[in-house]
Design a binder for this molecule. Structure first.
Ligand code: NAD
Length: 331
């Protein structure tokens, strides 16, 4: 449909999409209170991507496709991410995923192994350790600058205060609210006449960005770490090896990752976890497929927004989420 748009029609459509997406992003990232479902956001975003691909001259630096979502709230100190925290490109079908892996293999013939991971529905955090001691933790923010939430992160039991080795390292991963904690929290809020959270992701984000760390402590958050800022700080030479190394250092990692040598194995992994999704004690909104060799990851690199060596395969939205979202926010 949109491939029939002329450049001026596309420009007009882009000008309609950008402010809409920006407003939704603001609600989602800055206030932790989305007014539309993720699927609605994703559809509009995909439309924008398509139009910008057709007319690259219409891409502007302020486009949502060129920026990692979220601004730093003024009540928090800022943390400069020396190495940016990026988002992920996404696909919504196996055909698109196939295209992605085939394109990578064609451009980088050494790519022969992928690591499949669950896409945890939480928010990115970055943890800095000096000589093995946890010194600073932050949100992703806009990818370049995050919010200093060190005191809040110190209340989360899965985050080690001290590593098993006295190394200096920055580790990245996801902070999430387990489904059980989310259900209890919303029940309690409903009883107290407070607004309920739209989904576990927003509840986790709202719980982490608190000025009183006792509130964070009461929210039973957890973490899965899956990356390091600088690969020189670790011994591993693969993504899967990195996860094992992070676990040895004392981090909680998600154990359900799998190395895949073929698209068939990737598809089986997707089917397995799509079917198991409801039984997991935490929310997942897809699968992340990453080139397993770290040297190749570095060679392939990133755009201003996403790594080019990984992709998120997004699941269709859960019905329950849609229902909860219908509850209006009044703050
Ligand atoms: P994203 O959540 O789609 O994917 C990137 C993030 O996935 C990473 O930053 C990381 O935090 C996370 N992640 C989880 N498990 C991971 C793993 N194993 N490996 C690597 N990363 C992992 O991207 P985003 O930029 O954080 O958010 C965009 C999405 O947010 C949209 O697709 C949309 O669904 C949602 N959104 C919704 C609204 C709304 O109004 N409802 C507004 C803005 C954004």
């Amino acid at each position: 449909m949109s491939d029939q748009l002329s450049e001026s029609e596309a420009a007009q459509k882009i000008n309609e999409l950008k402010p809409k997406l920006k407003q939704w992003s603001q609600e989602y990232y800055e206030h932790d209170k989305p007014s539309v479902e993720d699927a609605v956001y994703d559809q509009h975003y995909a439309q924008l991507v398509k139009l910008e691909q057709q007319y690259p001259d219409l891409i502007t630096a302020d486009s949502p496709t060129q920026n990692v979502g979220g601004k730093v709230l003024p009540q928090f100190s800022k943390v400069d991410h020396q190495i940016p925290l990026l988002s992920l490109g996404d696909v919504f079908s196996k055909a698109e995923l196939d295209d992605f892996t085939e394109r990578l293999k064609k451009n980088y013939p050494k790519v022969n192994q992928f690591n499949c991971e669950l896409k945890i529905d939480g928010l990115s955090i970055s943890l800095r350790y000096e000589n093995g001691i946890f010194v600073e933790g932050s949100t992703r923010g806009n990818g370049q600058i995050g919010e200093d939430i060190t005191q809040n992160l110190k209340t989360i039991p899965s985050i080690p205060q001290k590593l098993t080795k006295p190394i200096t390292i920055e580790v990245r991963g996801e902070c999430y609210m387990p489904k059980e904690s989310f259900a209890k929290l919303n029940e309690e809020r409903e009883r107290n006449g407070d607004n309920v959270f739209a989904n576990p992701r927003n509840a986790a984000a709202g719980s982490l960005r608190q000025l009183d760390s006792r509130v964070t402590a009461s929210r039973h958050l957890s973490t899965f770490m899956y990356n390091v800022a600088d690969y020189n700080d670790i011994q591993a030479d693969t993504q899967s090896g990195m996860l094992a190394e992070l676990q040895e250092l004392g981090f909680k990692i998600n154990p359900d990752y799998q190395v895949a040598d073929s698209l068939t194995t990737i598809n089986e992994y997707i089917d397995k976890y799509q079917a198991k999704r409801d039984q997991l004690p935490y929310g997942i909104d897809g699968i992340v497929i990453k080139v397993n060799q770290l040297d190749l990851q570095m060679q392939i690199g990133a755009t201003v927004k996403v790594p080019k060596w990984a992709i998120a395969y997004k699941f269709a939205p859960e019905e329950e989420e849609t229902k909860v979202l219908a509850i209006e926010w009044t703050v």
